[in-house]
Design a binder for this molecule. Structure first.
Ligand code: GRF
Length: 202
């Protein structure tokens, strides 16, 4: 069983897609969900599956960033999944979990990524660029926003959309397929780094 922590900031539809994926139930266990928000939709989903939740931040009942690595180590994790998490991961955590933290981004990196590019801001930028395709990217997390090596991408045709919301809807569907597929590949030990590129073995 691959032991996973999921980091979230919002409604948690990607968390739900992982939890509901029929091929993952025997391969992974989500042992904890972390958020920078005190409350969010993703926490409700986690609780409904009896998964432990933690708030990262300053104050009572919160985990300070400087204590995060210690808490994560206690969970004996194999993988950390950022699913709509809006904050940077502290550098000590990035280093300790090198090549074991992944993020889903709702566009085709390296375009439309980086600091401040999250949520509808991404889809607005894609819409205004008049791009004809968008998609989802799963990548390794390093010390910078959206910069780590790309693990998997999937495109969607947006040539006929009439709003950024249309793009968001199409991309989200792809996200819900791609992220569980990549997690499955990790669980089956099929994600390899070969000649400086990330390869998913079939
Ligand atoms: C997704 O589009 C994800 O790619 C982005 O934030 C959104 C989170 O959605 N980083 P949800 O909370 O999983 O519904």
């Amino acid at each position: 069983m691959l032991r996973i922590a999921v980091f979230v900031s919002g409604r948690g539809s990607n968390l739900k897609a992982i939890l509901n994926h029929p091929e993952l139930s025997n391969l992974i266990k989500i042992v904890a969900v972390f958020s920078d928000k005190t409350e969010c939709g993703a926490f409700d989903i986690a609780r409904s599956y009896s998964i432990e939740t933690h708030v990262i931040g300053k104050g009572e009942n919160k985990i300070d960033q400087s204590d995060l690595l210690k808490v994560l180590k206690n969970y004996n994790l194999n993988l950390i999944v950022l699913a709509g998490y809006l904050k940077l991961i502290p550098i000590d955590v990035v280093k300790y979990f090198e090549n074991r933290i992944i993020n889903i981004h709702p566009a085709l990196l390296p375009s439309f990524g980086g600091k401040g590019m999250y949520g509808m801001k991404v889809h607005d930028a894609v819409f205004n660029s008049s791009a004809k395709v968008s998609g989802a990217t799963v990548h390794f997390v390093d010390a910078e926003y959206d910069k780590g090596k790309i693990i998997a991408q999937r495109c969607v045709d947006i040539s006929d959309v009439s709003s950024p919301e249309d793009i968001a809807e199409r991309v989200l569907k792809i996200e819900h397929q791609l992220l569980p597929e990549v997690i499955k590949a990790f669980a089956e030990n099929r994600v390899k780094i070969v000649d400086n590129r990330v390869v998913i073995k079939t």
